[in-house]
Design a protein around this ligand. Sequence first.
Ligand code: FES
Ligand code: FES
Length: 165
Amino acid sequence: MSLSVTLTINGAVQTVVLEDPRVTLLDLLRERLDLTGTKKGCDRGQCGACTILVDGRRINSCLALAISHSGAAITTIEGLAQGDALHPVQAAFIAHDGFQCGFCTPGQIMSAVGLIQEAQAGDDPERVREGLSGNLCRCGAYAGITEAVLDAQKTMATAARREAA
Ligand code: FES
Ligand code: FES
C-alpha cells in the first residue's frame, strides 16, 4: 500500500509518497527530505531533540505520524533564518553560549520559538525553564539557554513594537 502526504515545509509545498503509513514526521524530514537539522535523540518523546512547529505549535516529531498531519504547515530549524539573517532566537543562543555540543540545540531553539509565540513565560526565568522542560541538554547548557530565550523575547517584543508604531 502506498499513500502520499502533502505538507508545507518551511514555506514550500511538498508531496511525499509513503510506503508505510507509520512513517513519523521526524523520519520523513530526515530520511526523505534531507532536513537533518531536526535531531533524533530518544525517538520516544523523552528528550525534545526532534521539536518542530506544526501549524505554529511545538511538537515532538518522533511521536507524530506524517500521514496524520497532511495539509499542515511545518517549520523546522532550517526554516528560521531569512537568508543570512539569523532568527533572533538563533542569534541569542550564539550570544549567550546556549549550547556546547549542539545536538539538542535545534530542538531547544524550535521549542523556544514556540514558547515565545505562546507568550506564556513572560520575563520570568523559572517559567522559561518550565516551558522548555521537555527539552533535555546532556551538556547542561541550561543557564545560557534560559538567558538566550529571555533576551530573544525582549528583542522580538521591541521589533514588534517598532513595526506597530
Ligand atoms: Fe523525539 Fe527525543 S527524539 S523526543
Ligand atoms: Fe550538548 Fe545540549 S548542547 S546536549
